[in-house]
Ligand binder design. Structure first.
Ligand SMILES: *Cc1c(COP(=O)(O)O)cnc(C)c1O
Length: 229
């Protein structure tokens, strides 16, 4: 894991440089789904601070057992009936794609007296199998969520298609970047567009070149996942 992490850090520096960006502006989220608490604790000991999980139950189990108090990110689809479990425990929810979900986050956050940071998940490639809203529907959703006092939009997230050649995803990442610039120009109160969560093990280098500020990496750090474990 140490070598894998070194490699990722080198890649961040290299591909930030290629695109004239600062490597400090790119944060690694170690995607720990299916990996045990010990693997997460090892990553923490190597300096990882941010961890991503895509299921609420698994996330909450790990919040309880993992030592070292890392920052947790919910990166998978969130059902409204599970919102109450995660509020107050996560740094950022990456997967908000409806007003109904945002309203439930508002309700539960108000109850706990916190403001919850979220990203809007965008299905840039319009894949049927993916969550997220279409690019053309983002502005309206952002305007509506901006009205909610206990929810704070911090930017956008996308899960790009799986491709053999990661270059194929460059237009997807560029489209999310362009969208964030467009939304920023609208000067909407109570929102930020500074975070772009995009890029996974197979395509993070391209995502960095196209403006990613959070990259979500599982297998390239922890090794192949075993879903039967
Ligand atoms: C699993 C997952 C990742 C990490 O995928 P790898 O290919 O293992 O890097 C990133 N983002 C989301 C939303 C995921 O579910």
């Amino acid at each position: 894991m140490k070598e894998a992490l070194e490699q990722i850090k080198e890649d961040i520096i290299k591909h930030a440089k290629i695109s004239g960006r600062k490597s400090e502006d790119i944060t690694l989220i170690a995607v720990s789904k299916t990996y045990p608490a010990e693997a997460i604790e090892e990553a923490i000991s190597l300096g990882c601070e941010h961890f991503g999980e895509n299921k609420v139950q698994e996330l909450m189990n790990k919040v309880d057992v993992v030592k070292g108090n890392p920052k947790w990110h919910l990166i998978g689809h969130l059902q409204t009936n599970k919102v109450k479990y995660v509020i107050g425990h996560v740094e950022l929810i990456h997967s908000v794609d409806s007003l109904k979900l945002a309203q439930e986050i508002e309700k539960q956050s108000a109850k706990k007296g916190v403001v919850t940071s979220i990203l809007i998940e965008v299905n840039v490639a319009k894949e049927d199998s993916k969550h997220g809203i279409y690019v053309e529907d983002v502005l309206e959703l952002v305007k509506a969520i901006a009205q909610l006092p206990h929810v704070k939009i911090e930017g956008f997230m996308t899960v790009a298609p799986f491709t053999e050649d990661p270059e194929e995803n460059r237009p997807i990442f560029k489209a999310l970047y362009d969208l964030s610039v467009d939304i920023q120009k609208q000067n909407i109160d109570n929102i930020s567009t500074s975070i772009l969560s995009m890029g996974m093990s197979n395509d993070y280098k391209i995502a960095i070149e196209e403006g990613a500020t959070l990259i979500r990496i599982g297998t390239a750090l922890f090794g192949a996942r075993d879903y039967n474990r």
